[in-house]
Design a protein around this ligand. Structure first.
Ligand SMILES: *[C@@H]1O[C@H](CO)[C@@H](O)[C@H](O)[C@H]1NC(C)=O
Ligand SMILES: *[C@@H]1O[C@H](CO)[C@@H](O)[C@H](O)[C@H]1NC(C)=O
Ligand SMILES: *[C@@H]1O[C@H](CO)[C@@H](O)[C@H](O)[C@H]1NC(C)=O
Ligand SMILES: *[C@@H]1O[C@H](CO)[C@@H](O)[C@H](O)[C@H]1NC(C)=O
Ligand SMILES: *[C@@H]1O[C@H](CO)[C@@H](O)[C@H](O)[C@H]1NC(C)=O
Ligand SMILES: *[C@@H]1O[C@H](CO)[C@@H](O)[C@H](O)[C@H]1NC(C)=O
Ligand SMILES: *[C@@H]1O[C@H](CO)[C@@H](O)[C@H](O)[C@H]1NC(C)=O
Ligand SMILES: *[C@@H]1O[C@H](CO)[C@@H](O)[C@H](O)[C@H]1NC(C)=O
Ligand SMILES: *[C@@H]1O[C@H](CO)[C@@H](O)[C@H](O)[C@H]1NC(C)=O
Ligand SMILES: *[C@@H]1O[C@H](CO)[C@@H](O)[C@H](O)[C@H]1NC(C)=O
Ligand SMILES: *[C@@H]1O[C@H](CO)[C@@H](O)[C@H](O)[C@H]1NC(C)=O
Ligand SMILES: *[C@@H]1O[C@H](CO)[C@@H](O)[C@H](O)[C@H]1NC(C)=O
Ligand SMILES: [Cu+2]
Length: 581
C-alpha cells in the first residue's frame, strides 16, 4: 500500500521512531478533480470507457494514513474537486479537537472547491484499524482510505503474536454513474429507487474476475508465503452494503474490531457492515496455490426492498511458487443469511487489558430509540418530487420519529460554541418513542405510523455522564439491520437480539464483563441492541445509520455534550482556517 504522503511538495513527515515518544505525522490529501489539476484521476472499471472520478492523491482507495498510538496527525486537505468536501476520521475520538471530526454541517462547513483546511488530531487510547472518508453527499464512494494505528512500541507490542505481514483490505462499492449526481437525483425526487444499487463490489478498489469484463488490471492480488501469518485489516467502505468476507480454504482469527482488541475468535467467515472494521489473522496454511478472497452482500431487509447487486467481488490470494491456475472460489453464505451474520456479530467480546476502560456499571441517562424507515411530505427544495399521488411520496427515515435534516447556514458545532442554537437546532430529541406500538409486527406497517416529519433535534448531555441507549429497529416499510455509527466515542455493546426489546429478559443477558467495543453496531434486523458510553468528550457528535441512502433520508441525531470544568474538558476555539459557509 502507498504511504500517506502526497506526491506534491511541502510535506513533512517526522522520521524519528522511538518508543513512548509521540510524533507529528503530516499528510497532504488532494481531492480531485475534473480537468487538468494536480492529481487528476481517471479510471476504467468493468471495461467501460475511462471516466474522471473524485479521488484523493490520484488513488482509489486513497492513501493509507499510518500512525502510532499517541501520535499527532496533521492532514492538509486541498480540495481541487468541483464539489464541496469534508473528510471524517471514522472512529477517531477527537478528544479536544471536535473541529476536526468532519461531518458536513455538524462540525464544520464544507471546504469549497479550490479551498483547503487542515485537520489536526491525536490518536490516543485506540489501536487497530480505522479509516477516513468524505462526509458529504455520496462522495465517500470514492473518497476513502485506511487509517492504521499501531501500538507505541510498533508491531512488536501487539497483544498477539506478531504476524509476518499485514494487508489492508478495503471493501467498497463501484458505481458506474456519478455518485454526486445520483445523490442529487435521490434528494430532488425523494425516491431512493433512483440509485438502486452499486454496479460492483470491490476489494482495494478492484472488482475482480466475476464481472463481465476480463481485464488483468481489475483484480487485486495478495502475495503470501506458505505457512506465514498475515494480519488482514478489513474495512467496509461501501455506501450501503453489508458484506460476507471469505477466503477459499482459509479461516481467520479475529483479534480486533473498530480499533479495539477482541478476544481471539475463530471463524471461516467475517461479517462487516459499512463503517465497521475487522482485524483478523490468516495463516497461509493451505496447499501452495491460488485462492479467491470473496465478498458478497448481506441483504437483511424483510420484506426485501430494492435489489442489491447479487454479485461477488474478488481478489486473489496467491502463494509464492504457485502456478497460474484458476483459483478456488469459496462457498458464499446466502444473501439473506441472518443466522451467520448474527452468529459472528454477537459472539465477539473485548480483550480485557490492564488500563483499558471497562463498561460503566451505573447509568445516568437511559434512552430507548426507535430506528427505521418511513415516509414524509415533499420538502420545498425537492423540486422533482411527485406530488400527484394520494400517499406521502418521499421515502424517509428517522430516530424516535424525528427525521434529521442538516442546517444550512452554519454548522451545529459553530452554533453550539457561540451559544446560538436558535434557528439551527433544538434540544428536544426524545428519550423515548413518541408513540408506543408493536415495533416489529407486520401489522404496524401502516401509513399513519410510517409518517415522519423533518427536524434538527439534539440530545444534550452533561460532561462525563453515562448514557445507555436501546436501539430498536422497526418494521415500518421494512425490517432491516441498520449499522448505527456514533462519532466521538466508542460504546460497549451489552446485548442484542430480535423482536421488541424487553428489559426484563434482556437485562440478565447484559455482558458487563467483556462486552465488545465498537463505533458502529449493526442492530439486528427487526431487533435491538443495547449500548453504553461515557460522554467524556465535549462537542457535537453525530449518530447515524452508516448506509448513506438512509443517512440522507434522515436516520440520524446529534449528541450535544456540554463542557466540563476545565479548559481541557471544554470545546476549544475554532481553528483560524475553519471553512465558513
Ligand atoms: C495532542 O498530543 C500532544 C503531544 O502529546 C499534546 O501536546 C497535545 O496537548 C494533545 N492535544 C490534545 C487536543 O489533547
Ligand atoms: C490554502 O488556502 C489559503 C487561503 O486561501 C491559501 O493562502 C493557501 O495557499 C492554500 N494552500 C494550499 C496548499 O492550497
Ligand atoms: C453479465 O452479462 C450477462 C448477459 O449480458 C448478464 O445476464 C449478467 O447479469 C451480467 N453479469 C454481471 C455480473 O454484470
Ligand atoms: C493496466 O494498467 C496499466 C497501468 O495503469 C495500464 O498502463 C494498462 O493499459 C492497463 N491495462 C489494461 C488492459 O487496461
Ligand atoms: C508448511 O507447514 C506444513 C505443516 O507443518 C509442512 O508440511 C510444509 O512443508 C510447510 N511448507 C513450507 C513451504 O514450509
Ligand atoms: C478448497 O475449497 C473448495 C471450495 O470450497 C473445495 O472444493 C476444495 O475441496 C477445498 N480444497 C481443500 C484442499 O480443502
Ligand atoms: C455464537 O452465537 C450463536 C447464537 O447466534 C450461538 O449459538 C453460538 O454457540 C455462539 N458461539 C460461537 C462460538 O459461535
Ligand atoms: C406519480 O405518482 C402517481 C401516483 O402514485 C403515479 O401514477 C405516476 O406514475 C407518478 N409519476 C412519476 C413521474 O413517477
Ligand atoms: C457561551 O456561554 C457560556 C456560558 O454562559 C460562556 O462562558 C461563553 O463565553 C459563551 N460563549 C460565547 C461565544 O458567547
Ligand atoms: C396502525 O398500526 C398501529 C399499531 O399496530 C395501530 O395501533 C393503528 O390503529 C394502525 N392505524 C391504522 C390507521 O391502521
Ligand atoms: C410520527 O409523527 C407523526 C407526526 O406527528 C405521526 O403522524 C406518526 O404517527 C408518528 N409515527 C410514529 C411511529 O411515532
Ligand atoms: C469523569 O468520570 C470519571 C469516572 O466516573 C471520574 O473518574 C472523573 O473524575 C470524572 N471527571 C470529571 C472532570 O468530572
Ligand atoms: Cu439504515
Amino acid at each position: 500500500m502507498a504511504q500517506g504522503r502526497g506526491a506534491a511538495g511541502g510535506v513533512r513527515a517526522v522520521a524519528r521512531r522511538r518508543q513512548n515518544v509521540s510524533h507529528n505525522r503530516s499528510f497532504l490529501l488532494v481531492v480531485c478533480c475534473v480537468l487538468g489539476q494536480v492529481g487528476n484521476f481517471s479510471i476504467s472499471q468493468l471495461c467501460l470507457p475511462a471516466r474522471t472520478i473524485t479521488a484523493v492523491n490520484g488513488q482509489l482507495p486513497g492513501p493509507t494514513i499510518e500512525a502510532r498510538e499517541g501520535d499527532t496527525v496533521v492532514v492538509h486537505l486541498v480540495n481541487e474537486s468541483p464539489y464541496h468536501m469534508t473528510i471524517h476520521w471514522h472512529g477517531i475520538f477527537q478528544r479536544g479537537t471536535p473541529w476536526s471530526d468532519g461531518p458536513a454541517m455538524v462540525t464544520q462547513c464544507p471546504v469549497k472547491p479550490g479551498a483547503n483546511y487542515t485537520y489536526r488530531f491525536n490518536v490516543t487510547d485506540q489501536e487497530g484499524t480505522l479509516w477516513w472518508h468524505a462526509h458529504i453527499s455520496f462522495l465517500r464512494a470514492t473518497v476513502y482510505g485506511a487509517l492504521v494505528i499501531r501500538p507505541r512500541g510498533g508491531a512488536e507490542a501487539y497483544p498477539f503474536t506478531k504476524p509476518h505481514g499485514e494487508e489492508t483490505v478495503i471493501l467498497g462499492e463501484w458505481w458506474n454513474a456519478n455518485v454526486y449526481d445520483l445523490q442529487q437525483l435521490v434528494f430532488l425526487t425523494g425516491d431512493t429507487t433512483k440509485a438502486p444499487h452499486a454496479d460492483a463490489y470491490t476489494i482495494n478498489g478492484k472488482p475482480g474476475d466475476f464481472y463481465n469484463c476480463s481485464n488483468a488490471n481489475q483484480t487485486y492480488r495478495f502475495q503470501v508465503q506458505s505457512n506465514e501469518t498475515y494480519l488482514l485489516r478489513i474495512i467496509n467502505a461501501a455506501l450501503n452494503t453489508p458484506m460476507f468476507f471469505k477466503v477459499a480454504n482459509h479461516s481467520f482469527t479475529v483479534i480486533g474490531t473498530d480499533a479495539a482488541y477482541t478476544t481471539p475468535y475463530e471463524t471461516d467467515v467475517v461479517v462487516v457492515f459499512p463503517g465497521q472494521t475487522v482485524d483478523a489473522l490468516m495463516v497461509a496454511g493451505a496447499t501452495v496455490g491460488r485462492y479467491y478472497m470473496a465478498v458478497s452482500p448481506y441483504d437483511s431487509a424483510i420484506p426485501q426492498g430494492p435489489p442489491f447487486s447479487m454479485t461477488t467481488g474478488t481478489a486473489i490470494v496467491e502463494y509464492v511458487g504457485s502456478a497460474e491456475e484458476t483459483p478456488q472460489l469459496p462457498p458464499r453464505p446466502e444473501y439473506t443469511d441472518t443466522d451467520t451474520a448474527f452468529r459472528f456479530l454477537s459472539n465477539l467480546t473485548a480483550l480485557v487489558l490492564p488500563g483499558k476502560p471497562t463498561v460503566p456499571l451505573s447509568v445516568d441517562t437511559r434512552m430507548f430509540v426507535t430506528v427505521g424507515l418511513g415516509v414524509s411530505d415533499c420538502q420545498p427544495k425537492q423540486l422533482l418530487c411527485n406530488t400527484s399521488g394520494t400517499t406521502r411520496p418521499v421515502f424517509s427515515s428517522s430516530m424516535n420519529n424525528a427525521s434529521f435534516v442538516l442546517p444550512e447556514a452554519v454548522s451545529m458545532l459553530q452554533a453550539h460554541y457561540a451559544n446560538a442554537s436558535a434557528g439551527v437546532y433544538t434540544r428536544d430529541f426524545l428519550d423515548q418513542p413518541p408513540v408506543t406500538f408493536d415495533y416489529t409486527a407486520d401489522a404496524s406497517d401502516n401509513a399513519t405510523l410510517q409518517y415522519t416529519t423533518k427536524s434538527t433535534k439534539v440530545k444534550t448531555l452533561r460532561y462525563n455522564e453515562t448514557v445507555e441507549m436501546v436501539l430498536q429497529n422497526t418494521r415500518l416499510i421494512a425490517k432491516e439491520s441498520h449499522p448505527m455509527h456514533l462519532h466521538g466515542f466508542n460504546f460497549f455493546v451489552l446485548a442484542q437480539g430480535f423482536g421488541n426489546y424487553d428489559q426484563a429478559t434482556a437485562t440478565p443477558q447484559f455482558n458487563l464483563v467483556n462486552p465488545q467495543e465498537r463505533n458502529t453496531v449493526a442492530v439486528p434486523t427487526g431487533g435491538w441492541a443495547v449500548i453504553r458510553f461515557v460522554a467524556n468528550n465535549p462537542g457535537m457528535w453525530f449518530m447515524h445509520c452508516h448506509f448513506d441512502a438512509h443517512l440522507d433520508l434522515g436516520l440520524a441525531m446529534v449528541f450535544e455534550v456540554q463542557d466540563g470544568p476545565t479548559a481541557e474538558t471544554s470545546v476549544p476555539p475554532p481553528p483560524l482556517d475553519l471553512p465558513q459557509c
